[in-house]
Design a protein around this ligand. Structure first.
Ligand code: TYM
Length: 376
């Protein structure tokens, strides 16, 4: 590892995540709160069980979750909002917050507004046309549906196709946010195109759309990875000026890529598993994943491996080994050197293949019902 590698600064913004992410530091930097035992108890009480992403602290931070739960407990209207920037196929990292959103939708019987920012991805990627991003929007909606969300209660908004649902409200948001705020929050420069300057107002708008449609103030919770937080800081500043509640947030950690470090990202396709990957291709990617193993089998048996830096272990932790006892056993075996990386990868590859086969079936079936999910 070079000295430069070691010192690579942590950067977490909606458009870039790099360096070693220190989640404790992000809580301080972003001014959010850790998810406490007490909040976990309250969530468990309403959902009937603790989601794997809660018990493993994958959702680790929040803003105003306590207030949102107070509102629910006081029988006030509550809603959910999350989204996707359709710049390509969906990978497993994107699915994490959507699986969790499904848990919240079921537990709180809440409407979900789901924004597809096919405008944002057109504006920030030089190589993508509007046909590309709206095409991915459609395909990515199939992934969302395959996560099991409720058609009656899920409203997918394609910015490009459904802007009339947002535009009046976006203008009101946009008028309250200055260019210097946007520049400071998102790090825009003079050479960025003017489309992207207004875009944050568009991403803020679905925080309020349910309130407008239902003509009453709805308390909204946004489950997403922490990279999206800058939008909510901006939105929280102006919400009350428009007569709405500030949206609450729950922040997730990033599913790592299969490489040595960094989050799973579509820009590194060889280290990402896409939901549309043929299962055999995904299995091959896993067989070449970065692990915490020793260079030789002999050394592995003698000294054991290090699950804390192993992507294969991380995949079990985040998604593919729900059984806590089995996970602890895997960690023990790895540290003791009684399991070698090849076997461990092969086990995970099998699980991922099975997962993809089932998911792809659901994804195909979603084509028949996709229209029910778009906002009316
Ligand atoms: P996008 O498409 O970058 O990401 C979609 C969702 O996936 C999360 N995410 C990850 N979660 C875990 N591990 C990863 N490796 C990983 N990579 C991405 C993101 O945090 C996000 O929740 N501008 C947004 C689209 C959007 C949105 C929203 C997202 C519009 N409104 C409201 C969340 C909430 C975007 O490009 O997301």
């Amino acid at each position: 590892m070079s000295g430069r590698d070691l010192k690579e600064e942590m950067v977490v913004t909606p458009w870039r995540v790099s360096g070693e992410v220190d989640y404790g530091k992000l809580i301080e930097q972003f001014g959010t709160q850790p998810i406490t035992e007490e909040l976990l108890k309250r969530l468990k009480k309403h959902a009937g069980y603790l989601h794997i992403q809660l018990k493993r602290q994958i959702f680790f931070s929040h803003r105003d979750l306590d207030w949102w739960l107070d509102m629910y407990e006081a029988e006030k209207p509550v809603g959910l909002y999350t989204g996707r920037g359709p710049s390509g196929p969906v990978h497993l990292g994107h699915l994490l917050p959507w699986f969790f959103t499904k848990y919240l939708q079921d537990a709180f019987n809440a409407h979900l507004y789901f924004q597809m920012t096919d405008d944002e991805k057109f504006l920030i990627h030089d190589n993508l046309t509007l046909e590309d991003t709206t095409g991915y929007m459609y395909e990515n909606t199939l992934d969302l549906i395959a996560c099991g969300l409720d058609a009656e209660k899920t409203h997918v908004i394609s910015d490009v196709n459904h802007i009339s649902h947002l535009y009046r409200l976006s203008l009101q948001v946009g008028k309250l946010v200055t260019y210097s705020t946007i520049k400071a929050i998102f790090g825009l420069s003079d050479s960025d195109n003017i489309g992207i300057i207004f875009f944050p107002a568009i991403q803020a708008t679905p925080c309020f759309i349910q309130s407008v449609r239902e003509k009453r103030n709805v308390a909204v919770l946004i489950p997403a990875a922490i990279d999206q937080d800058p939008y909510w800081r901006m939105t929280r500043d102006i919400a009350e000026k428009l007569g709405f509640y500030k949206p609450a947030q729950m922040h997730a950690k990033f599913l790592p890529g299969l490489g040595r470090r960094g989050k799973m990202s579509a820009s590194m396709p060889e280290t990402a598993i896409f939901t549309v990957d043929p299962p055999e291709v995904a299995a091959k990617k896993i067989m070449t994943a970065y692990t915490g193993g020793r260079p030789t089998v002999r050394e592995q048996k003698e000294h054991g491996g290090d699950p804390s830096i192993c992507t294969v272990y991380a995949y079990c932790y985040y998604l593919f080994e729900e059984d806590d006892k089995k996970l602890t056993e895997l960690e023990r075996e790895c540290r003791a050197g009684t399991i070698i990386c090849g076997d461990c990868k092969a086990r995970l590859a099998e699980k991922v293949k099975r997962f993809l086969i089932e998911f792809q079936e659901k994804r195909e079936k979603a084509r028949d019902i996709v229209d029910q999910f778009f906002i009316k």
